[in-house]
Design a binder for this molecule. Structure first.
Ligand code: ARG
Ligand code: ZN
Ligand code: CA
Length: 254
């Protein structure tokens, strides 16, 4: 496809405490980040090393809070649910009203984003295209969501959602999910073959898997570095995103 695809988003805020009930401004700050990062409008793209500057790409997908709910009524695109569940895991309970969460809106018309307290160090998780509609979407820890309110450094720049929505659009981890081995692939040709994930704020270059002299593209959104250290998708990733929008997620825009 050509042009920019606009995806309607519903944010389900599921909270056991008032603090977890993130305000509308925090939700809007996250939408702003998604719209910058997927359009290559993020100012920090200037930090991409010279050797990869040409590869940094506009993925041509935008996001807006839904204005019509599944019944056809006006909505803010934000739902709020009080829960007795003190912390959620990756078992998808947050995606079901009957399990203390909130049911998904139709996944062929909305990107469902659940915001809640996640247990352990988990910042977020996502479902790839092709899975069940009832669990489709991304889950983001409230303290790694948006750029204000309860967002907490080093995950206070909204990049957890950029990363998870990358998965929702069928992007894989840049190191190929093979531990630290050199045989895994992210199925994108223009990202270097990379050993394992990078964390924190690495110094360029970080070489692995004979990928010198430039090494790992650790500033890619699909690595595991801190929010301030990730700021690009590549042209190959943008092609994959748009193949997803032409394929398993071709019901968008709606
Ligand atoms: N699923 C990953 C985790 O929970 C998300 C990492 C996102 N990275 C980031 N800098 N926000 O670890
Ligand atoms: Zn991931
Ligand atoms: Ca690897």
């Amino acid at each position: 496809r050509t042009g920019v695809t606009c995806v309607p988003v519903v944010v389900h805020v599921v909270h056991a405490t008032d603090e977890e009930n993130v305000d509308d401004a925090q939700v809007l700050s996250q939408l702003d980040v998604l719209n910058q990062d997927f359009r290559k409008l993020n100012p920090d793209v200037a930090g991409v090393p010279e050797v990869w500057r040409e590869l940094a790409a506009d993925s041509r997908v935008g996001f807006r809070l839904a204005s019509v709910d599944p019944d056809g009524h006006p909505t803010t695109g934000i739902t709020r649910t009080r829960t007795q569940v003190a912390g959620f895991g990756t078992d998808d309970a947050v995606k079901f009203t009957a399990q203390g969460g909130r049911d998904a809106w139709p996944a062929d018309r909305y990107l469902n984003v659940w915001v809640c307290l996640l247990e352990g160090g988990l910042l977020g998780y996502a479902q790839f295209p092709g899975g069940p509609a009832a669990t489709d979407g991304v889950v983001i820890r409230h303290s790694a969501f948006g750029t204000n309110g309860t967002a907490t450094a080093p995950f206070a720049l909204g990049r957890t959602a950029t990363h998870e929505v990358g998965h929702w659009l069928n992007l894989h981890h840049i190191w190929g999910d093979d531990g630290t081995g050199c045989s895994g692939s992210d199925f994108v040709a223009d990202t270097p073959n990379q050993g394992g994930p990078n964390f924190g704020s690495p110094v360029f270059p970080h070489v692995s898997c004979h990928n010198g002299p430039h090494g790992d593209m650790f500033m890619n959104y699909m690595d595991y570095v801190d929010d301030a250290a990730m700021f690009m998708f590549t042209a190959g990733q943008a092609v994959r995103v748009n193949a997803t929008l032409d394929g398993p997620r071709s019901t968008f825009p709606t």
